[in-house]
Design a protein around this ligand. Structure first.
Ligand code: AMP
Ligand code: MG
Length: 416
């Protein structure tokens, strides 16, 4: 008897558990975008480094401006990068610019529009004073040396990299990107740029998966497609070096030319096969020893995805993503949001379904509305490319009426 299909959540957990977390490497700030920071990033510097002015104007002492209007003598200037270092004498002020250090004794910033001065005059007439801490940025009000600024496991963006540079970082410790080798199998496949005969199709999976895994934080290693011959498959696999994960597409099912499950079984590397999922049922997970040097075999995790491009794509978004996230030390579970489904749905069978559809934000309710595409035919690449979200229809779910809340995975959002 056939083994029962593996639930999607169990498959995600088993894949994640089998992955090795990538070692760390140091990168420069300019290489850090999108990388996962390996440790809590601590400020080496304090910002601002001293009490500074937030406006252009004059720095003065509060007791000198308590009776207004009054006149102060201009003693000099504190400019950004060129501070006035002497304490402020009674009855005096210094011209100050935004970002300049506030002289000792000064606790008021008088903004230009509240003062009068003749050109070249050393006399500043003060019409209105400001409050004690107004327009003053206190030392360390942004962050202090020793503060944790970015938590370990964060995918770095420009704002965070800017912050870390301001805090004195020059190089950052990040997780090494996992290298994902992508190999399409199928005697009908030719590479993009080739003119296919009527019996051939372009191998679109490799480029699609390469793009997806790159945006997930991996390094893609797409390889040329190989025909459905056992030896061609073994030769291609043996030629792969330094991959952390091998993604095969095609040949995952039970047809006469489907070699991948057989190969995994032959090599005792099959962890599980066949998922309770639509699309994507024939997916395989296992480990395979690759490399042509018998004395130095490396066992590499392998995901065998169905060749059908929509199935391959959905499996990449769920399972290849889980593997990559686990290797980066991140949660492997999909990021889901709630949406209101706009159509009635029939009860579901044992396979969790990932329905392609469109989302529209509804102003009146403040909720996202999800409309499944009319056809859920997994042969329709155009619909898959057009789709904005995948709706997760749990296994054995009851029929749903329009207006019910469902879980969706947004396809165009950055939170992959
Ligand atoms: P298979 O999983 O090998 O049975 O393939 C299922 C379907 O997907 C067949 O129609 C294949 O021609 C197609 N297919 C397989 N591999 C690819 C690929 N790399 N790119 C595009 N379509 C593919
Ligand atoms: Mg095939």
């Amino acid at each position: 008897m056939r083994k029962p299909l593996i639930p999607v959540s169990e498959a995600i957990a088993r894949i994640a558990e089998a992955m090795r977390v990538m070692p760390n490497e140091e990168v420069s700030l300019s290489e850090a975008s999108g990388r996962i920071i390996a440790n809590d990033a601590i400020a080496a510097l304090t910002n601002p480094p001293a009490d500074q002015s937030a406006m252009d104007g004059y720095a003065a002492r509060g007791e000198d401006v308590s009776d207004l209007p009054c006149v102060l003598r201009l003693a000099g200037e504190s400019a950004a990068g060129h501070p006035w270092t002497a304490p402020l004498d009674p009855g005096t002020c210094v011209r100050i610019s935004t970002g300049a250090n506030i002289p000792e004794g000064a606790d008021r910033i008088l903004i230009l529009e509240n003062t009068l001065s003749d050109h070249n005059s050393e006399q500043i007439e003060v019409l209105e004073a400001s409050g004690k801490d107004q327009f003053i940025r206190r030392k360390g009000q942004d962050f202090h040396a020793g503060d944790i600024l970015v938590n370990q496991g964060t995918r770095l963006n420009g704002r965070q990299i800017g912050l870390l540079s301001a805090a004195g970082h020059h190089r950052l410790l990040v997780r090494r990107k996992p290298v994902v080798a992508i190999l399409s199998t199928g005697s009908e496949l030719v590479e993009p740029g080739t003119n296919p005969s009527a019996a051939q199709i372009i191998s679109s999976n490799s480029i699609m998966i390469a793009e997806m895994v790159t945006s997930m934080g991996a390094t893609a290693m797409p390889l040329p497609p190989i025909p459905d011959h056992k030896n061609a498959l073994l030769d291609a696999i043996n030629g792969i070096t330094n991959a952390d994960l091998l993604v095969l597409t095609g040949g995952a099912s039970v047809g006469k030319h489907d070699l991948v499950a057989g190969m995994m079984k032959d090599h005792d590397g099959l962890d599980f096969w066949r998922i309770a999922m639509r699309p994507g049922k024939p997916m395989i997970f296992g480990h395979i020893t690759i490399g042509s040097v018998p004395s130095e075999p490396t066992t590499t995790p392998m995901l065998g995805l169905p060749g059908n491009p929509v199935s391959s794509g959905v499996c990449t978004l769920i399972f290849v993503r889980a593997a990559i996230r686990a290797m980066l030390g991140l949660s492997p579970d999909p990021v889901t949001r709630k949406a209101v489904v706009t159509t009635d749905l029939p009860a579901n069978d044992q396979r969790e379904e990932y329905m392609r559809g469109m989302i529209r934000y509804d102003d009146a309710s403040g909720l996202n509305h999800f409309t499944p595409l009319l056809s859920q035919d997994s042969g329709k690449m155009k619909d898959f490319a057009l789709a904005e979200a995948l709706m997760i229809r749990p296994a054995h779910a009851d029929a749903l009426s329009a207006g019910s809340m469902v879980d969706i995975i947004c396809l165009n959002s950055a939170d992959s």
